[in-house]
Write a protein that binds this ligand. Structure first.
Ligand code: RIB
Ligand code: CA
Length: 308
Protein backbone atom coordinates (compact mmCIF):
# COMPACT_ATOMS: atom_id res chain seq x y z
CA UNK A 1 0.00 0.00 0.00
CA UNK A 2 1.36 3.44 -0.86
CA UNK A 3 1.86 5.47 2.31
CA UNK A 4 -0.21 8.42 1.05
CA UNK A 5 -3.82 8.16 2.25
CA UNK A 6 -6.70 8.82 -0.15
CA UNK A 7 -8.70 11.94 0.85
CA UNK A 8 -12.35 10.85 0.70
CA UNK A 9 -15.85 12.23 1.16
CA UNK A 10 -18.61 9.65 1.66
CA UNK A 11 -21.94 10.82 0.21
CA UNK A 12 -24.74 8.66 1.58
CA UNK A 13 -28.38 8.16 2.59
CA UNK A 14 -28.20 6.02 5.78
CA UNK A 15 -29.89 3.62 5.41
CA UNK A 16 -28.81 0.18 6.54
CA UNK A 17 -26.14 -0.69 4.00
CA UNK A 18 -24.87 2.89 4.11
CA UNK A 19 -24.33 2.30 7.84
CA UNK A 20 -22.35 -0.86 7.12
CA UNK A 21 -20.37 1.10 4.52
CA UNK A 22 -19.52 3.84 7.05
CA UNK A 23 -18.47 1.26 9.65
CA UNK A 24 -16.07 -0.30 7.16
CA UNK A 25 -14.79 2.93 5.58
CA UNK A 26 -13.64 4.33 8.91
CA UNK A 27 -11.48 1.26 9.44
CA UNK A 28 -9.81 1.37 6.01
CA UNK A 29 -6.25 2.66 6.64
CA UNK A 30 -6.12 3.70 2.99
CA UNK A 31 -8.62 6.52 3.58
CA UNK A 32 -8.38 9.99 5.05
CA UNK A 33 -12.11 10.58 5.40
CA UNK A 34 -12.64 14.33 5.27
CA UNK A 35 -16.45 14.48 5.62
CA UNK A 36 -19.71 12.58 5.42
CA UNK A 37 -22.41 14.21 3.30
CA UNK A 38 -26.06 13.19 3.40
CA UNK A 39 -28.87 13.22 0.87
CA UNK A 40 -32.56 12.36 0.67
CA UNK A 41 -32.88 8.77 -0.46
CA UNK A 42 -33.68 5.72 1.62
CA UNK A 43 -35.50 8.09 3.98
CA UNK A 44 -35.89 11.87 4.14
CA UNK A 45 -32.87 14.14 4.56
CA UNK A 46 -33.56 14.93 8.20
CA UNK A 47 -33.48 11.20 8.96
CA UNK A 48 -30.45 10.34 6.81
CA UNK A 49 -28.58 13.21 8.47
CA UNK A 50 -29.68 12.20 11.98
CA UNK A 51 -28.59 8.63 11.21
CA UNK A 52 -25.22 9.76 9.85
CA UNK A 53 -24.66 11.67 13.10
CA UNK A 54 -25.68 8.69 15.24
CA UNK A 55 -23.62 6.19 13.27
CA UNK A 56 -20.45 8.31 13.18
CA UNK A 57 -20.72 8.64 16.96
CA UNK A 58 -20.89 4.85 17.31
CA UNK A 59 -17.81 4.72 15.06
CA UNK A 60 -16.11 7.28 17.30
CA UNK A 61 -15.12 9.85 14.68
CA UNK A 62 -15.57 13.61 14.79
CA UNK A 63 -15.51 13.94 11.00
CA UNK A 64 -18.10 16.59 10.03
CA UNK A 65 -21.52 15.65 8.65
CA UNK A 66 -22.92 18.00 6.01
CA UNK A 67 -26.57 17.77 5.06
CA UNK A 68 -27.34 18.11 1.35
CA UNK A 69 -30.40 17.87 -0.84
CA UNK A 70 -33.81 17.18 0.67
CA UNK A 71 -35.23 16.17 -2.72
CA UNK A 72 -34.03 15.18 -6.21
CA UNK A 73 -33.03 17.97 -8.58
CA UNK A 74 -36.22 17.89 -10.68
CA UNK A 75 -38.47 15.20 -9.24
CA UNK A 76 -40.46 14.26 -6.17
CA UNK A 77 -38.59 12.31 -3.49
CA UNK A 78 -38.72 8.50 -3.49
CA UNK A 79 -38.03 6.69 -0.21
CA UNK A 80 -37.49 3.03 0.77
CA UNK A 81 -38.92 2.62 4.30
CA UNK A 82 -39.99 -0.91 3.40
CA UNK A 83 -36.30 -1.81 3.23
CA UNK A 84 -34.72 0.45 5.85
CA UNK A 85 -37.59 1.14 8.25
CA UNK A 86 -39.40 4.45 8.81
CA UNK A 87 -36.37 5.92 10.61
CA UNK A 88 -33.90 4.51 8.08
CA UNK A 89 -32.25 2.18 10.62
CA UNK A 90 -34.96 -0.42 11.22
CA UNK A 91 -35.89 1.26 14.49
CA UNK A 92 -32.80 -0.09 16.26
CA UNK A 93 -32.32 2.02 19.36
CA UNK A 94 -29.10 3.90 18.66
CA UNK A 95 -28.50 6.76 21.12
CA UNK A 96 -29.41 10.25 19.95
CA UNK A 97 -26.34 12.06 18.57
CA UNK A 98 -24.56 14.62 20.73
CA UNK A 99 -23.27 16.63 17.78
CA UNK A 100 -25.19 18.44 15.05
CA UNK A 101 -24.62 18.67 11.34
CA UNK A 102 -22.41 21.39 9.91
CA UNK A 103 -24.10 24.55 8.64
CA UNK A 104 -22.19 24.14 5.36
CA UNK A 105 -24.31 22.45 2.68
CA UNK A 106 -23.01 19.18 1.25
CA UNK A 107 -22.39 20.60 -2.24
CA UNK A 108 -20.38 23.49 -0.83
CA UNK A 109 -18.40 21.13 1.42
CA UNK A 110 -17.60 18.93 -1.59
CA UNK A 111 -16.30 21.92 -3.56
CA UNK A 112 -14.28 23.35 -0.67
CA UNK A 113 -12.65 19.99 0.06
CA UNK A 114 -11.97 19.42 -3.63
CA UNK A 115 -10.12 22.75 -3.71
CA UNK A 116 -8.29 21.99 -0.46
CA UNK A 117 -7.15 18.59 -1.71
CA UNK A 118 -5.76 20.07 -4.93
CA UNK A 119 -7.28 17.49 -7.28
CA UNK A 120 -6.71 14.44 -5.05
CA UNK A 121 -10.21 14.21 -3.51
CA UNK A 122 -12.24 11.07 -4.19
CA UNK A 123 -15.97 10.76 -3.55
CA UNK A 124 -17.62 7.48 -2.57
CA UNK A 125 -21.27 8.05 -3.48
CA UNK A 126 -23.68 5.46 -2.12
CA UNK A 127 -26.99 7.28 -2.32
CA UNK A 128 -28.85 9.23 -5.00
CA UNK A 129 -26.39 11.54 -6.76
CA UNK A 130 -28.31 14.76 -6.10
CA UNK A 131 -25.57 16.45 -4.04
CA UNK A 132 -23.03 15.85 -6.80
CA UNK A 133 -25.50 17.03 -9.43
CA UNK A 134 -26.06 20.27 -7.55
CA UNK A 135 -22.34 20.71 -6.91
CA UNK A 136 -21.59 20.27 -10.63
CA UNK A 137 -24.35 22.72 -11.54
CA UNK A 138 -23.18 25.32 -9.02
CA UNK A 139 -19.42 25.07 -9.59
CA UNK A 140 -18.40 25.05 -13.24
CA UNK A 141 -14.82 24.05 -12.41
CA UNK A 142 -15.64 21.28 -9.92
CA UNK A 143 -15.16 18.39 -12.38
CA UNK A 144 -11.49 19.19 -12.88
CA UNK A 145 -10.91 19.22 -9.12
CA UNK A 146 -12.22 15.73 -8.29
CA UNK A 147 -9.89 12.78 -8.88
CA UNK A 148 -12.52 10.04 -8.97
CA UNK A 149 -16.07 9.16 -7.97
CA UNK A 150 -16.84 5.58 -6.92
CA UNK A 151 -20.58 5.07 -7.21
CA UNK A 152 -22.89 2.43 -5.83
CA UNK A 153 -25.66 2.64 -8.38
CA UNK A 154 -27.16 1.39 -11.58
CA UNK A 155 -26.88 -1.96 -13.27
CA UNK A 156 -25.78 -3.12 -16.70
CA UNK A 157 -28.62 -5.61 -16.49
CA UNK A 158 -31.77 -5.41 -14.40
CA UNK A 159 -32.88 -3.22 -11.54
CA UNK A 160 -34.33 -3.30 -8.03
CA UNK A 161 -36.94 -0.53 -8.21
CA UNK A 162 -38.14 -1.35 -11.71
CA UNK A 163 -36.91 -4.05 -14.11
CA UNK A 164 -34.69 -1.33 -15.58
CA UNK A 165 -33.48 0.81 -12.70
CA UNK A 166 -31.54 0.59 -9.44
CA UNK A 167 -32.75 2.79 -6.56
CA UNK A 168 -29.95 5.39 -6.33
CA UNK A 169 -30.14 6.18 -10.03
CA UNK A 170 -33.94 5.87 -10.23
CA UNK A 171 -34.45 8.46 -7.47
CA UNK A 172 -32.51 11.18 -9.30
CA UNK A 173 -31.73 10.21 -12.89
CA UNK A 174 -30.95 13.78 -13.96
CA UNK A 175 -28.30 14.17 -11.27
CA UNK A 176 -26.85 10.78 -12.16
CA UNK A 177 -26.63 11.72 -15.84
CA UNK A 178 -24.90 15.00 -14.97
CA UNK A 179 -22.29 12.91 -13.15
CA UNK A 180 -21.98 10.50 -16.08
CA UNK A 181 -21.42 13.43 -18.47
CA UNK A 182 -19.08 15.32 -16.14
CA UNK A 183 -15.78 13.93 -17.41
CA UNK A 184 -14.76 12.98 -13.86
CA UNK A 185 -13.18 9.49 -13.69
CA UNK A 186 -16.01 7.21 -12.57
CA UNK A 187 -16.15 3.70 -11.15
CA UNK A 188 -19.66 2.23 -11.08
CA UNK A 189 -20.51 -0.60 -8.67
CA UNK A 190 -23.98 -1.56 -9.84
CA UNK A 191 -26.20 -4.47 -8.94
CA UNK A 192 -24.16 -6.62 -11.33
CA UNK A 193 -21.46 -6.82 -8.66
CA UNK A 194 -23.23 -5.77 -5.46
CA UNK A 195 -25.63 -8.71 -5.54
CA UNK A 196 -22.53 -10.93 -5.61
CA UNK A 197 -20.91 -8.94 -2.78
CA UNK A 198 -22.76 -10.71 -0.01
CA UNK A 199 -22.01 -12.02 3.45
CA UNK A 200 -23.50 -15.31 4.53
CA UNK A 201 -25.59 -15.54 7.69
CA UNK A 202 -22.69 -17.34 9.36
CA UNK A 203 -20.23 -14.57 8.40
CA UNK A 204 -22.60 -11.95 9.83
CA UNK A 205 -22.82 -13.96 13.02
CA UNK A 206 -19.00 -13.98 13.22
CA UNK A 207 -19.00 -10.17 13.12
CA UNK A 208 -21.73 -9.93 15.74
CA UNK A 209 -19.73 -12.35 17.92
CA UNK A 210 -16.80 -9.89 17.98
CA UNK A 211 -18.67 -8.32 20.87
CA UNK A 212 -18.16 -4.67 19.92
CA UNK A 213 -20.93 -2.06 19.61
CA UNK A 214 -19.83 -1.58 16.00
CA UNK A 215 -20.04 -5.32 15.27
CA UNK A 216 -23.51 -5.45 16.80
CA UNK A 217 -24.61 -2.49 14.68
CA UNK A 218 -23.15 -4.11 11.55
CA UNK A 219 -25.11 -7.27 12.29
CA UNK A 220 -28.33 -5.39 13.03
CA UNK A 221 -28.27 -3.52 9.70
CA UNK A 222 -27.28 -6.49 7.52
CA UNK A 223 -28.92 -9.64 8.87
CA UNK A 224 -32.46 -8.61 7.92
CA UNK A 225 -31.48 -8.69 4.25
CA UNK A 226 -30.11 -12.20 4.43
CA UNK A 227 -31.15 -14.99 2.03
CA UNK A 228 -33.91 -13.03 0.36
CA UNK A 229 -35.13 -13.93 -3.13
CA UNK A 230 -32.74 -11.45 -4.76
CA UNK A 231 -29.72 -12.96 -2.97
CA UNK A 232 -30.47 -16.47 -1.60
CA UNK A 233 -26.86 -17.05 -0.52
CA UNK A 234 -26.65 -14.20 1.95
CA UNK A 235 -27.04 -10.46 2.52
CA UNK A 236 -25.87 -8.26 -0.38
CA UNK A 237 -23.64 -5.40 0.81
CA UNK A 238 -24.41 -2.83 -1.89
CA UNK A 239 -22.79 0.26 -0.37
CA UNK A 240 -19.90 -1.56 1.34
CA UNK A 241 -18.96 -2.98 -2.07
CA UNK A 242 -18.27 0.55 -3.33
CA UNK A 243 -16.18 1.35 -0.26
CA UNK A 244 -14.09 -1.79 -0.61
CA UNK A 245 -13.66 -1.24 -4.33
CA UNK A 246 -12.28 2.24 -3.60
CA UNK A 247 -9.76 0.85 -1.11
CA UNK A 248 -9.05 -2.63 -2.49
CA UNK A 249 -9.78 -2.70 -6.25
CA UNK A 250 -7.83 -5.93 -6.67
CA UNK A 251 -10.73 -7.77 -5.06
CA UNK A 252 -12.88 -6.80 -8.03
CA UNK A 253 -13.10 -7.05 -11.83
CA UNK A 254 -14.07 -4.00 -13.87
CA UNK A 255 -14.18 -3.04 -17.54
CA UNK A 256 -14.11 0.26 -19.36
CA UNK A 257 -17.37 1.08 -21.08
CA UNK A 258 -19.75 3.87 -22.04
CA UNK A 259 -22.63 4.70 -19.71
CA UNK A 260 -25.42 7.29 -19.62
CA UNK A 261 -28.73 7.48 -17.73
CA UNK A 262 -32.24 7.39 -19.20
CA UNK A 263 -34.12 10.47 -17.96
CA UNK A 264 -36.97 10.79 -20.48
CA UNK A 265 -38.51 7.33 -20.40
CA UNK A 266 -41.46 6.42 -18.22
CA UNK A 267 -40.85 2.68 -17.92
CA UNK A 268 -37.09 3.11 -18.39
CA UNK A 269 -36.57 6.01 -15.97
CA UNK A 270 -33.15 5.73 -14.31
CA UNK A 271 -31.80 2.94 -16.47
CA UNK A 272 -28.02 3.03 -16.74
CA UNK A 273 -27.58 2.51 -20.46
CA UNK A 274 -24.20 0.93 -21.14
CA UNK A 275 -22.43 -0.55 -24.14
CA UNK A 276 -20.51 -3.20 -22.26
CA UNK A 277 -22.76 -5.92 -23.73
CA UNK A 278 -22.60 -4.56 -27.28
CA UNK A 279 -20.00 -3.58 -29.84
CA UNK A 280 -21.22 0.01 -29.89
CA UNK A 281 -18.18 2.19 -30.37
CA UNK A 282 -18.73 5.04 -27.93
CA UNK A 283 -16.13 6.81 -25.85
CA UNK A 284 -15.87 4.89 -22.57
CA UNK A 285 -16.55 7.07 -19.52
CA UNK A 286 -16.75 4.58 -16.65
CA UNK A 287 -15.03 1.58 -15.13
CA UNK A 288 -18.01 -0.72 -14.67
CA UNK A 289 -17.41 -3.18 -11.85
CA UNK A 290 -18.93 -6.55 -12.74
CA UNK A 291 -17.42 -9.19 -10.48
CA UNK A 292 -15.42 -9.84 -7.32
CA UNK A 293 -13.61 -12.52 -5.34
CA UNK A 294 -16.34 -12.98 -2.74
CA UNK A 295 -14.30 -15.04 -0.34
CA UNK A 296 -11.59 -12.38 -0.20
CA UNK A 297 -14.24 -9.64 0.01
CA UNK A 298 -15.88 -11.34 3.01
CA UNK A 299 -12.51 -11.89 4.67
CA UNK A 300 -11.64 -8.20 4.26
CA UNK A 301 -15.02 -7.13 5.69
CA UNK A 302 -14.43 -9.31 8.74
CA UNK A 303 -10.84 -8.08 9.13
CA UNK A 304 -11.94 -4.44 9.02
CA UNK A 305 -14.72 -4.99 11.54
CA UNK A 306 -12.25 -6.76 13.81
CA UNK A 307 -10.30 -3.50 13.99
CA UNK A 308 -12.95 -2.00 16.32
O1 RIB B 1 -29.96 -0.16 -4.66
C1 RIB B 1 -29.22 -0.15 -3.47
C2 RIB B 1 -28.91 1.24 -3.05
O2 RIB B 1 -30.12 1.95 -2.78
C3 RIB B 1 -28.11 1.32 -1.75
O3 RIB B 1 -27.32 2.48 -1.77
C4 RIB B 1 -29.16 1.45 -0.70
O4 RIB B 1 -28.68 2.13 0.48
C5 RIB B 1 -30.17 2.32 -1.41
O5 RIB B 1 -29.77 3.65 -1.24
CA1 CA C 1 -27.37 4.02 0.11
Amino acid sequence: MSEKKIPVIIDCDPGCDDTAALLLAFRCPEFDIRAVTTVSGNVSLDKTTYNALRVTEVIGTDVPVHAGADRPMFREPVYAPHVHGEDGLLGIGLPAPKKTASSVHAWDAIYREAEAQKGELEIIAVGPLTNLGIALAKYGDLAEKIKRIVIMGGAAQGGNVTPCAEFNIYVDPEAADLVMKSGIPLCVCGLDVTLKAYLTAAEIREIKAMGTPQGSLFGAVTEQNCEKVFCPAGAPLHDPAAVLFAAYPDLFTAQRCWMRVETAGELTRGKTVTDCWSDAQKEANVDLVLDLDRERFAAKVKALMAEY
